[in-house]
Design a protein around this ligand. Sequence first.
Ligand code: HSE
Length: 437
Amino acid sequence: MKKLNVGLLGIGTVGGGTYHVLTRNAEEITRRTGVEIVVTQVADRNIDHATMVTNGNSALTTDAFAIVNNPEIDVVVELIGGYTLSKELVLKAIENGKHVVTANKALIALHGNEIFSAAQKAGVIVAFEAAVAGGIPIIKALREGLGANKIEWVAGIINGTTNFILTEMREKGLAFADVLGEAQRLGYAEADPTFDVEGIDAAHKLTIMSAIAFGMPMKFEQAYTEGITKLQQADIKYAEELGYRVKLLGISKRSDAGVELRVHPTLISEKRLIANVNGAMNAVVVKGDAVGPTLYYGAGAGAEPTASAVVADLMDVARLQNVPFESRVPYLAFQTDSIVDLPILPIAEIASAYYLRMRGNDKPGVLAGVTKILADRNISIDAMLQKEPDDNETEADIVILTHMTIEKNMDAAIAEIESLAAIVGKLVKIRMEELGK
Ligand code: HSE
């Protein structure tokens, strides 16, 4: 029986899950691959914990470099996170001719271009299914299953923490700050929850998906990122009254002008399946020109869901390690010399429909003034909601949904509306997505 010797860097939540899945399903995995996948060596700072998980069946070390330099190891599984030490370890493993499997979205989004270039020179595999949407095989779908299509757009709920928070805010009428602590307690959040709530984690994952969807380099630093920390309960409620849900979406679209790469709260019609993805679950919609919109749903985090993706990558390595480099699926799905440096559109240039909420004095002509500004800028109104002022109040909330326009046009209209004497304070603007065509 052929054997694949695995070196595991980190045996925490995902590493432990990987170990358990590989052990529990060893027979089934070997039936599928014809290869025995063995965790030969594990590196972790906590040797007691590593001993407990491995039950004495793997060699243990606290020195991760001992694994990347171990000639017995065929493939290194990087599960330590971050992008300083992990980058050094991954590049060293590649230099030593080892294949790499990683769940590290930040590492791939920020340093993927350099890592793939090094891996190509060394002729090794770098697999990263677990880096995006945990257990959902979205990388496999984009790289292979949808390979016949010209991908037009990708949109996803790709951060479980924020989806959990938004679900609780909607279902229980709670404020953002009241729910964050609970999400952290449940263990969904990143070590630094800013990465979750400010949309950075989602932008890492979106960067990776867009590179594979469109055949372009990783462009994380150009992604537009807006989190959910400023989202107010009132907007979730008004959106619901109008038949919409607010989700933190990662959206990447290709047009002749360039690629949109953006993460922000988004109104989606409640009729869309993705609008009904609740709790910590993830979902991605991919639109291909041949297949139309396709939806992928599942657990985006957690020990065994993420391990499911890590082990599937290991199985690919087991099958493909002896296949010539040019016969393997390229890292970013497209041949390396066909990767195109597509321009990323600044947020001011994207096209979107919008939800606007403003507070206006309840007197004649206020709405007419607002709608005139929108009409002058060719922004068409799709729906409107005005609430009666509460007792003793003279101001009312006005909510307007618009059709598509270019963001800078909308921003100019908003500035004009805010300058009207009858409008109080700042407008709230939330982008909307159709996601149907
Ligand atoms: N913090 C991430 C999430 C974990 O909430 O989705 C998986 O990447």
